[in-house]
Write a protein that binds this ligand. Structure first.
Ligand code: CUA
Length: 365
């Protein structure tokens, strides 16, 4: 049998170098620009998971470092070989005759194939040896920890504090800002009221999905008092990006003061404009918003809305996308639909009514 012949196309006689100097210069400029852009990522990054602020986040970060190094080594070796092959076997301008002939065809190399199957499997096995225990560690529930119920919903977070021993008082509910004592483990019990969300405070722990019909638990601990930003980490609808959260970690004194404050019942307003606002609140807002400790409304009923008992003890509202101040709150009352997918329906309010409502809400400290 004769050797098979391959169809061969005859190319043009003269060939320009494949990579020109100008395009090399452009590539170098692009790479330098990208590198510069990446260095900017590190400054002012409140959700930097590479800057852990609690034991759980640190455990993940300790794992991330070596795995990243292994990945980088693989990347450099593979890309290095690709670049080497591209340069070494590139088409040259002074290529002799016979350029377009097909090189000898190779079909399989048993040793190589066994090698590049075993090596990655070994690398992954080593990574797994370190990763699997961490996954189990992170799902372990700490004993005697403060437990907070968390309900994710479109598009905000509700929290219930009911652990009588630790809070030493009646249960209460709050929204968006999760307050915890610093230096102590906290256990979250996560549930969803509608679709899948994901609770994520990157400097304190990884993501934990919040799934309808299930209860997931998640640990959280902050080394130091401070404010740690977070957000929903699972696409959940039009305002997924507007479903943020804050974790506020207190020192011992601050924690006790916050608890005392939250357990205080709301007082009826005395000032006239606020009292009118209170009446208006009863007519227009109280179907969904509560000013007491009722959890059922928040966790079970629909529609539900954040409990406002101590609204002005918070810094943010509406899924933590607006700072809590007069301007933002009045703009919200004028048009809650400024946040896409907001379930708040209040109808048109006059400016006088908005002032009255604001005067009442301001008393909820
Ligand atoms: Cu909730 Cu995304």
């Amino acid at each position: 049998m004769s050797e098979p012949t391959w169809p061969v196309a005859r190319g043009s006689a003269t060939l320009a170098p494949v990579v020109s100097r100008a395009s090399v210069r452009r590539l170098v400029a692009l790479a330098a620009g990208l590198a510069l852009l990446l260095t900017a990522c590190a400054s002012d990054a409140p959700q930097d998971s590479l800057d852990p602020a609690g034991p759980e986040a640190r455990t993940i970060d300790n794992l991330f470092g070596p795995v990243m190094v292994a990945a980088l080594v693989v990347f450099v070796v593979v890309q290095g070989l690709v670049v080497y092959a591209v340069i070494k076997f590139r088409r040259r301008a002074d290529e002799p005759e016979g350029l377009d002939e097909v090189p000898p065809q190779v079909h399989g190399n048993t040793r190589l194939e066994i090698g590049w199957t075993i090596l990655p499997a070994l690398i992954l096995a080593v990574v797994a040896i370190f990763t699997v225990p961490v996954i189990f560690d992170l799902t372990e529930e700490p004993e005697d920890a403060l437990t907070v119920d968390v309900v994710g919903q479109q598009f905000w977070w509700a929290y219930r504090y009911e652990d009588q021993e630790r809070t030493d008082g009646p249960e209460f509910t709050t929204a968006n800002e999760l307050h915890i004592p610093a230096g102590e483990p906290v256990l979250l019990r996560l549930r969803s009221k509608d679709v899948i969300h994901s609770f994520w405070a990157p400097r304190l722990n990884g993501k934990r999905d919040v799934v309808p019909g299930r209860e997931h638990t998640w640990r959280l601990e902050a080394d130091e008092p401070g404010v740690y930003s977070g957000q929903c980490g699972e696409f959940c609808g039009a305002s997924h990006a507007n479903m943020r959260l804050k974790v506020v970690a207190h020192d011992e004194q601050g924690w006790q003061a916050w608890l005392d404050d939250q357990q205080r019942p709301a007082e009826e307003p005395t000032e006239e404009i606020a009292a009118t606002g209170f009446e208006l609140f009863g007519q227009r807002c109280a179907t969904c918003h509560r000013v007491d400790g009722s959890w059922e409304q928040v966790a079970e009923d629909s529609p539900s809305a954040p409990n406002l008992t101590h609204l002005f003890s918070r810094d943010c509202f509406a899924g933590c996308i607006y700072d809590l101040n007069r301007n933002e709150l009045e703009a919200w009352l004028r048009n809650p639909q400024r946040k896409a997918g907001s379930l708040m329906v209040i109808g048109q309010l006059t400016e006088t009514e908005i002032d009255q409502l604001y005067a009442y809400l301001r008393t909820l400290e």
